[in-house]
Design a binder for this molecule. Structure first.
Ligand code: GLN
Length: 483
């Protein structure tokens, strides 16, 4: 058998269910991989914390199995982004302001997965509050890309991508507001799923942009995503926007042949500003679809050119409101030397938030202020609804949209730190999906000549994530496993 750390979540499930491995052996293998990396001269820094109790939980899980009480996800390890609450564990969102915040309850998704036997093994590094595209804006320092340690893993769920690609976890949860699962997945050469808005409950996920936020999954096999979705979905009384989905029996995925599919390739994402190497990979991926009997057509969707601009109005607007709760009183850091209530707000927030978060709060407050509301926020919301309509029109004629995940290859650590606009532009291909609240899967499609991973997105209609995964499974079996 291969090394335990090389196995996907579904492969581990098979070994555990067949009593070929114990849950404890599995947790230990990933823990050792993490510890070995800690001794590296430039550790990946994907985990903020590897949980001490993971081994104990694995032992308890093994005992359950012995008693024939194994559940659907019994003993499977999972890494979890540091903005998804796990009862009793610290959750910092990579921010000073929440440095000592201990979660009083678990998020619905973690609760559901734990009830089925998942073992949370650690919490992963992220850009502060999910704001960033490189996993460098964290008080815990930057995370590195396992494929090239001088490069960023992408952000904001860079820690989750790094531990999965770096074989320190078989799979991880991340979160998306605007590409934060797909971009790191593409940069690290793994799968990254942004489910439809409403597929997974947001309860217990620290809010960034509430009309955009969604838990996502990072793994090395589409089947792992189906496995976690099957047990994670369902309405949640704590989240009114959660959908009444039933994904029972979706795992294992039935591979879907792309024959007869009509695929749209927006030319806005195949022109200027997109790296040639990436465009060539998209073309090669499109040819694979054609060989399978699908048709791929170039389409014009000019509104896509505006989506990053709309996103960087709407997301900061929502963030500026969501982040008012960090006032030095109710949560997290408080400056004890403040002399008045206002002083307390100012001092706690000034010290607690990093520069990028402050920038978002400024932008958000600016676009929501009475003098500028109509010119920015209202206009952005209008364009957002046009975007939704135009996307719906595309799906009248096509089954899928295909596009690069990132306009550029993984870049050097530090390369965009002083240039927020350049950082924001990394999100040009991903944010429209969040604005339109549809699902998208970033598929690892090989590398550039120098070995840097390239990801391509399969984007579907609302709630068609299982369809995307089933198509990806065919690709994975025929091509992905060869890579
Ligand atoms: N780069 C995006 C931002 O900074 C990522 C957001 C996300 O998906 N969390 O807003």
């Amino acid at each position: 058998m291969a090394n335990i750390t090389d196995l996907s979540l579904s492969q581990i499930k098979k070994e555990l269910d067949g009593n070929k491995l114990s849950g404890k052996e599995v947790v230990l293998a990933f823990k050792q991989a993490y510890e070995a990396d800690q001794a590296h001269k430039t550790p990946l820094n994907g985990y903020i914390e590897f949980f001490d109790d993971a081994e104990k939980l694995a032992e308890a899980s093994d005992a359950r199995r012995k008693n024939n009480e194994a559940r659907g996800l019994e003993g499977l390890p999972l890494a979890i982004k540091d903005n998804i609450l796990i009862q009793g564990k610290i959750a910092t969102c990579g921010s000073s302001i929440l440095k000592d915040f201990r979660a009083p309850y678990s998020s619905t998704v973690v609760e559901r997965l734990k009830n089925q036997g998942i073992i949370p093994v650690g919490r992963t590094n992220m850009d502060e509050f999910g704001m960033g595209s490189s996993c460098e804006y964290s008080i815990y320092g930057p995370t590195r890309n396992p494929m090239d340690r001088n490069k960023t893993p992408g952000g904001s769920s860079g820690g989750s991508a790094s531990v999965v690609a770096g074989k320190q976890a078989p799979a991880a949860l991340g979160t998306e507001t605007g590409g934060s699962v797909r971009l790191p997945a593409a940069f690290c050469g793994i799968y990254g799923l942004k489910p439809s808005y409403g597929t997974l409950s947001r309860y217990g996920v620290v809010a960034y942009g509430s009309s955009l936020d969604q838990i996502g999954i990072l793994s090395r096999d589409p089947d792992d995503m189906a496995l976690l979705l099957e047990h994670g979905v369902g309405t949640d009384p704590h989240d009114e926007t959660s959908a009444a989905l039933d994904f029972s029996g979706v795992y294992p995925l039935k591979p879907k042949n792309p024959k007869g599919l009509k695929i749209a390739l927006p030319e806005e994402f195949m022109g200027e500003g997109i790296d040639e190497v990436i465009k060539n990979k998209v073309t090669a991926f499109a040819s694979w679809f054609e060989k399978q009997g699908a048709t791929v057509e170039s389409i014009k969707l000019p509104i896509l050119k505006s989506t990053v601009a709309i996103y960087y109005i709407i997301a900061p607007a929502e963030a500026s409101s969501n982040l008012t709760r960090y006032d030095g009183i109710r949560y997290g850091f408080r400056d004890e030397k403040a002399s008045s209530l206002e002083d307390l707000y100012i001092k706690s927030r000034s010290q607690g938030f990093g520069d990028e978060v402050k920038r978002r709060i400024f932008i958000g407050n600016y676009v929501l202020s009475s003098g500028y509301y109509d010119a920015y926020y209202k206009k952005a919301m209008q364009v957002r609804s046009i975007l939704k309509q135009e996307i719906a029109k595309v799906y009248e004629n096509y089954d899928l949209i295909l596009s690069p995940t990132s306009p550029c290859l993984p870049f050097n650590l530090g390369a965009k730190l002083d240039d927020p606009l350049a950082m924001y532009l990394t999100d040009i291909c991903t944010t429209f999906v969040n604005l339109a609240q549809i699902p998208s899967l970033s598929v690892p499609c090989g590398t550039s000549e120098e070995g840097l991973p390239i990801g391509i997105q399969l984007i579907g209609k609302q709630f068609s994530e299982i369809n995307l995964l089933s198509i990806a499974k065919t690709w994975h079996q025929e091509e992905g496993l060869k890579q």
